[in-house]
Structure formats: C-alpha cells, structure tokens
Design a protein around this ligand. Structure first.
Ligand SMILES: [Zn+2]
Length: 88
C-alpha cells in the first residue's frame, strides 16, 4: 500500500505574484514538509505562473526550463491542476 505523501501549507508575509499581481500569503509544499525559503520555486494559485522566492521572500519570475527533471515534473503537475480548476 502506497502511503499518501504529507504536505504542509505555510503562511508568510503577503507578496505579489510577478505574473498577475495576485497577493499570495501562503504556499503548499509539494515535495516535503518544509516551509518556503529563499530560492524555492513556486506556482501561482491564480495564474499558474512560475516564480522564485528572493532572499527577502518576495517573488520574481522564474524560467521553469532551469529546473531539474523531477522538479520540472512537479511544476508541470501543479500548473495542470491549477489550470484545470480555473473557470474558463
Ligand atoms: Zn499569478
């Protein structure tokens, strides 16, 4: 039996998505139980844009082609999930 992976949703100081301007103040980890930290890559729940946390925990656009294959697959899954929930 495969054990369901645990995830962690963390709140942090509000910051703005550099792609759509949506104010984000929490993130759900897809890979481990760690809170987001500088350098982490995140996918916007509103526009599915890919961004990276800066040292001050604001967000800057991130080129998803720079990810390793495992992380790229996680980002693809997150973007697919977000896109499928977006009203058309
Ligand atoms: Zn966005």
């Amino acid at each position: 039996m495969k054990r369901r992976k645990r995830v962690l949703t963390t709140e942090y100081a509000p910051t703005t998505c550099p792609h759509c301007g949506y104010v984000v103040e929490c993130a759900t980890s897809m890979q481990d139980m760690n809170a987001p930290r500088p350098g982490c890559v995140t996918v916007c729940i509103k526009c599915a844009g890919v961004s990276q946390f800066t040292p001050t925990m604001s967000l800057i656009p991130f080129d998803a082609r720079k990810l390793d294959p495992e992380a790229a697959e996680l980002v693809r899954r997150a973007r697919r999930l977000i896109s499928s929930r977006r009203p058309s």
